[in-house]
Design a protein. Structure first.
Length: 518
């Protein structure tokens, strides 16, 4: 206990260094800008700027990526409130009440509510990040090769949960990722596999190139095929963004409920902020004393949605950091950032010198919430104008960042080619309604599962009984069954939430409902 308290204190001291504070401010600002641009997403922003963190210390790099993540989730509410177009799927429910408040001349109050609720939701989520992570990490320290095999299988079953529509297409996405994960040298025998004569593929597919291609370049191709358009003009607002003491008192129970909802949804792999926002919104309406205001501009609805989707951020980091299971697209990208820094997600992050880096990131994640609050309240008027940027500007800008970012990894043009190939794969996957997040999960977890299986069989002279030899193995097997069945529950929750919220919310194109799994 004393060691943990010492690590927590040292983490805050390290996080408060000038370079880390600058990283928080810059990352949060970039994240908000990305979030308020319809068509972009938190996962895309983190993947796109991942190469910038290569030259940074591991803790600083993770702080930057965490700040982009949190900033983008909040930033989506700006365009949702001002132009009725969610910047990210996580802000779809915010558009319901937020835009109605804008029509009534209360855009400032809606944005202030979103910012304050986002702050408390994210800040409270850090509680579970601090106290649940070490417990799960200590459990993971007891894992051997059989347990790691089943853990990777559990991660792969979550693919069905993150699939956009059907379990079958989710598993097809995972199968594609597993196939791609076999490229490179055999981890046990050193035999070349599917390298196509390219020595640069010795260590397999570069995860960063794959992430940039799947999440960023594919989005460029999606935007390019649509008609270049100007965004809807953001409403100028003159009212104050501050909330009165009575309004804060009224919103406190709503924020508290949404924090619990968002945190639990975040810890559950395969759910995500887009589901949490509708659940938080519906909870706010269910317990509200002013139900008549919902659908006409209720600050409780805005607060419920935004507190829930930001509470997901801290919760979603727990399975990724402790077990190496990225349950959704953004944490999959963050896991790629850890791997690139030479760190292995899992219990090793909580022992020795690595624990100092982990707790510095935790402390930075707490401080990021304060940066988000300050930057959000002071800069919303400026960010409102950014949401009007045309696709004609976004497409070439993101393309250049994709090319430069992938080339900067090893100063090798082959990496740019790999990025472009994965961009096309990501584009085709989205067109066929497959899931890019599932491909990434399989690409990362495939080698872990292969090594666990082959080492287990080597230890037991080929006897598969070793895979069922411990209670932990059976627990993980049951979790695998839950992972396969979870899409049924998630789909019911999603449909129920959408029905209660009043139907589908238009996305940035204005013609299709938001997909809550993107």
């Amino acid at each position: 206990m004393l060691d943990t308290l010492a690590l927590m204190g040292a983490g805050f001291l390290n996080a408060l260094t000038p370079i880390n504070i600058l990283a928080m401010i810059a990352g949060t600002t970039i994240g908000i800008v990305i979030g308020c641009l319809p068509g972009l997403s938190a996962a895309m922003g983190v993947a796109l700027l991942l190469p910038l963190t290569f030259s940074m210390q591991a803790s600083t790099g993770l702080i930057v990526l965490g700040a982009i993540y949190c900033g983008a989730i909040f930033g989506g509410s700006i365009s949702a409130i001002l132009i009725h177009t969610p910047g990210t799927p996580a802000s779809a429910a915010t558009a319901i009440e937020g835009y109605q408040m804008t029509l009534q001349g209360k855009a400032g109050k809606a944005l202030g509510t979103a910012c304050i609720a986002s702050f408390f939701g994210g800040l409270l989520s850090c509680i579970s990040l601090y106290f649940f992570s070490p417990v799960l990490a200590s459990l993971a320290m007891k894992f051997g090769s059989p347990e790691y095999f089943w853990l990777s299988i559990f991660g792969l079953t979550i693919i069905a949960g993150v699939s956009s529509k059907s379990m079958l297409k989710g598993l097809m996405s995972g199968a594609l990722g597993l196939l791609l994960s076999t490229i490179g040298m055999d981890p046990m025998e050193g035999v070349k596999r599917f390298m196509f004569g390219q020595s640069s593929l010795y260590d397999g597919i570069n995860v960063t190139c794959a992430l940039i291609g799947l999440f960023s370049m594919s989005q460029v191709l999606i935007l390019a095929e649509k008609k270049i358009k100007e965004r809807a003009r953001a409403t100028k607002f003159k009212d104050k963004m501050s909330l009165s003491a009575s309004e804060m008192k009224m919103l406190a129970p709503t924020i508290g409920r949404s924090w619990i909802i968002g945190n639990l949804v975040g810890i559950l792999p395969g759910a995500g902020a887009s589901i949490a926002c509708f659940m938080g919104y519906n909870s706010a309406r269910q317990f509200s004393k002013h139900k008549e205001l919902f659908g006409r501009g209720s600050i409780e609805g805005v607060a419920g949605s935004e507190a829930a989707n930001n509470a997901v951020t801290g919760g979603s980091l727990i399975p990724m950091l402790t077990l190496g299971i990225p349950g959704e697209s953004v944490t999959a990208v963050l896991m790629g950032g850890l791997i690139i820094q030479g760190l292995t997600p899992g219990p090793d992050l909580f022992i020795g010198e690595t624990a100092r880096m982990t707790y510095t990131f935790f402390a930075g994640f707490v401080l990021i919430q304060f940066c988000m609050l300050g930057i959000g309240l002071l800069g919303c008027r400026g960010f409102a104008n950014i949401s009007r940027l045309s696709d004609a500007i976004l497409i070439p800008a993101v393309t250049v960042l994709c090319v430069v970012g992938s080339f900067a990894i090893h100063k090798n043009f082959v990496d740019v080619v790999i990025m472009m190939i994965f961009g096309i794969i990501g584009y085709l996957a989205r067109k066929l309604d497959l899931n890019n997040a599932a491909i990434v999960l399989a690409l990362i977890l495939g080698p872990i599962g292969e090594r666990g299986l082959r080492r287990s069989l080597a230890l037991s002279d080929g006897n598969p009984g070793i895979l069922f030899s411990t209670p932990v193995c059976w627990v993980l097997i049951l979790l695998c069954v839950f992972g396969i069945l979870s899409p049924i529950l998630m789909n019911k929750m999603e449909k129920k939430s959408l029905e209660k919220a009043g139907g589908d919310i238009p996305n940035e194109t204005g013609d299709d409902p938001v997909r809550t799994s993107d």
